[in-house]
Each structure stands twice: as structure tokens, then as C-alpha cells.
Design a protein around this ligand. Structure first.
Ligand SMILES: N[C@@H](CCC(=O)N[C@@H](CS)C(=O)NCC(=O)O)C(=O)O
Length: 194
């Protein structure tokens, strides 16, 4: 097996897992129990000194020093998977735009969703703009569902799971994107939604 993904339930490992399931990229999942502090043990800190999940180890790619490629940050992992294991990114513009949406999802959107002060200040404005930008029938970049869609949709799909009382009726396009995300078999499998 070329790809090993260190992950854990209810972590951001769900994004690369969902992507690999959608793209039928073979992988081995190594689950760490965060509650048992397995991510702070020396064997895992040797893999990711920051002690965070997810981490991907790709034995099909060597670093200039001859070591197996070991990546932390879910956005970097998604971009690597897309470039190396799919045909989704074929131009410089597609790569740059994929990167843009990955960074938007994992920083701007993530902070607006999960940091309470930002949720009050930035969240409504971001959601209103996203509702205009998204089209449930079109990928964010290129010709098919890809890494950018994965990151943005995964964050939006957290909303009803994390904040079931939140009223999203002002954002009908986002509601439809969430509905379709929750209906995708690969997403349901990875999120344990049965
Ligand atoms: N920006 C990072 C965030 C990584 C992160 O914070 N992961 C959490 C799980 S979702 C974690 O490992 N937390 C354990 C800890 O910080 O002790 C990414 O997207 O990969």
C-alpha cells in the first residue's frame, strides 16, 4: 500500500478520507485515539512533531533526502492527492484556484465557523457571498468534483452536525450543497452516517 493516512474519528482526517473514497485512491487508515493521547506519544511525534491529525505518508514519493513523503495539514494532503493520483488538475490556473479554495476553506471559512467571535462577525457575510458563488451543479474548479469542492463542502456539511439549531434558510444554495453532500455515499461512509 502506497498511502497511509493517520486519522481519527471526528477529525479533519475526514476530508482526505472522503476525497480518497470519491476518487477510489487506495489507502490504509491508521486510527489514533486522541482521548488516549496517542497523538502526543513519541512514535507519532516522530511522524508529525506538531502532534496533529491528519498525516499522510506516501511511500510512492521520496523527499530529496530519500525519505518517504510525510505530509501534515489536510489542505496540503488534498492538493498532493489531487495532483498525484487524479487528472483533476491539468493547468496552472486549476492548481492555483484549487489552492485558493483549499486555503479559503481551511483558514478563512474554518475560523469563521469555529471561532466564536469570528462566527458572530464574519460568518454571515461569508455565507452570503458563498451562497452567490456556489452552484450545486458545477465544481468550483475544472470539470469535475475535486479537492476544492471536498474542502468547502466538508466545512459547510459540518454546520448541521455541529450547530443543529442554526437557521440556514437565508442561504438556499448552501442548504442544497449540504443536502447533496450528506447524500453522497462516500461522504456517508467516511462520516459514519450509515
Ligand atoms: N489545520 C490542520 C488542523 C489539524 C488539527 O488541528 N487536527 C486536530 C484534529 S481535527 C488535532 O489533531 N487535534 C489534536 C491536538 O491538537 O491535540 C489541518 O487541517 O490538518
Amino acid at each position: 500500500m502506497t498511502i497511509k493516512l493517520f486519522g481519527g474519528p471526528k477529525t479533519r482526517a475526514s476530508m482526505p478520507l472522503w476525497y480518497m473514497e470519491e476518487k477510489q485512491i487506495p489507502y490504509e487508515l491508521l486510527e489514533l485515539d486522541l482521548r488516549a493521547n496517542k497523538h502526543r506519544q513519541p512514535d507519532f511525534l516522530a511522524i508529525n512533531p506538531f502532534g496533529k491529525l491528519p498525516v499522510l505518508v506516501d511511500s510512492g514519493v521520496l523527499t530529496p533526502g530519500g525519505e518517504l513523503l510525510t505530509l501534515f495539514e489536510s489542505g496540503a494532503i488534498l492538493l498532493h492527492l489531487a495532483e498525484r493520483y487524479t487528472d483533476d488538475i491539468s493547468t496552472a490556473a486549476e492548481k492555483a484556484l484549487t489552492n485558493q479554495w483549499l486555503l479559503f476553506a481551511n483558514s478563512t471559512l474554518s475560523i469563521a465557523l469555529f471561532v466564536p467571535t469570528s462566527r458572530e462577525r464574519d460568518f454571515p457575510r461569508l455565507m452570503a457571498v458563498l451562497d452567490q458563488q456556489l452552484d450545486p451543479d458545477r465544481p468550483l474548479v475544472g470539470h469535475c468534483w475535486g479537492a476544492a469542492d471536498c474542502a468547502v463542502q466538508a466545512h459547510l456539511a459540518y454546520l448541521p452536525l455541529f450547530y443543529p439549531e442554526m437557521d440556514l434558510s437565508a442561504y438556499p444554495v448552501i442548504q442544497e450543497v449540504i443536502r447533496r453532500t450528506h447524500a453522497r455515499p462516500a461522504y456517508r461512509q467516511v462520516m459514519g452516517l450509515g
